[in-house]
Design a protein around this ligand. Structure first.
Ligand SMILES: [Zn+2]
Length: 172
């Protein structure tokens, strides 16, 4: 697996991401190539470009490097690509697997994206009690995910963005 180093706009190294994600960031004009693999070219979506070894973000992002990504509702939706953990359809709400009313935490491992119907149906019950199954297990974003989450969430001032494409790109 080829990894690309990501620098902040300030040139400070942040993390590594998969080559595919690096290419997507460059194609979305979120990053520029600082150093390429000599002699290697990549073709993606009708564009031919150098294979990035190091990319630099165009905008400075505050990332808790090698720390845990701060939990947020929007972050959960981005992490789960706006897909309901119970039925796979479009999710607009965040469900607490162990309900908050019963001590469930606002944490990555206790929350999943859910469609409004399933969230309503599940109500104050655990998935087991409600007879509902999680299609995917909630997970804590890695440092690389944390960086990409910060990038995605940083676009808030630019209006409503679609689910960021980089999350739809499978890891290379
Ligand atoms: Zn659903």
């Amino acid at each position: 697996m080829r990894q690309t180093l990501v620098l902040n706009a300030s040139f400070e190294p942040l993390s590594t991401v998969s080559l595919r994600r690096a290419v997507v960031l460059v194609m979305q004009d979120k990053a520029v190539i600082e150093q390429e693999h000599a002699g290697l070219r990549i073709r993606a979506a009708n564009v031919e470009m150098a294979v990035p070894r190091i990319i630099r973000l165009c905008r400075y992002v505050r990332v808790p490097f090698r720390q845990r990504a701060p939990w947020s509702r929007r972050g959960v939706l981005v992490r789960d690509r706006h897909r309901c953990a119970y039925c796979g359809r479009r999710a607009t709400t965040v469900d607490h697997v162990l309900p908050r009313s019963r001590g469930g935490a606002d944490s990555w491992l206790n929350t999943v994206a859910a469609c409004a119907a399933d969230n309503h149906r599940k109500a104050d019950r655990t998935p087991q009690e409600a007879g509902m199954q999680l299609l995917t297990q909630p997970f804590e974003p890695t440092p690389a995910d944390a960086l990409l989450l910060a990038l995605a969430l940083g676009g808030r001032d630019r209006g409503r963005e679609q689910a960021p494409e980089w999350l739809a790109v499978p890891a290379a």
